[in-house]
Ligand binder design. Sequence first.
Ligand code: FES
Ligand code: FES
Length: 157
Amino acid sequence: MHARFVVNGETREAAIAPHKTLLEVLREDLALTGTKHGCELGECGMCTVLLDGEPVLSCLVLAIACMDRDITTVEGLAAGPTLNPLQRAFAELGAAQCGYCTPAMLLTAQALLERTPHPTREDMREALSGTLCRCTGYLKIFEAIELAASGGTGADA
Ligand code: FES
Ligand code: FES
């Protein structure tokens, strides 16, 4: 079927199989491979994108249910070459190691900061509880969110 999506503020069109998940359409039909493929069972959080500003697991959502809704992927966080404050903070503090969870972490943290501009560690733990990271132990991620929230990131990377 012919489908139209609004992704990162742009209208994108594709011929898709109606049974495809949002994760599959983003990666396979729209070439937005920043969204990562993990368990496809709703357990790891790697596939998180924002749908109308809220984090969703794109492996569990049918793409056709997302037509005419506002989809944000990690590719939409930077404005051209200018990283957003969370991206700068993650880079400055080493909050991305292998990087596989980073797109999901950034988007989940972005939604958190929009709801709660100065989150506590407990707010962060709760927001990120569904997004698994095997590398960082989460401390650097929490520190990066705090740095971004404080406006303390330096020049664009
Ligand atoms: S890929 Fe693991 S929750 Fe979606
Ligand atoms: S940085 Fe490797 S899984 Fe999080």
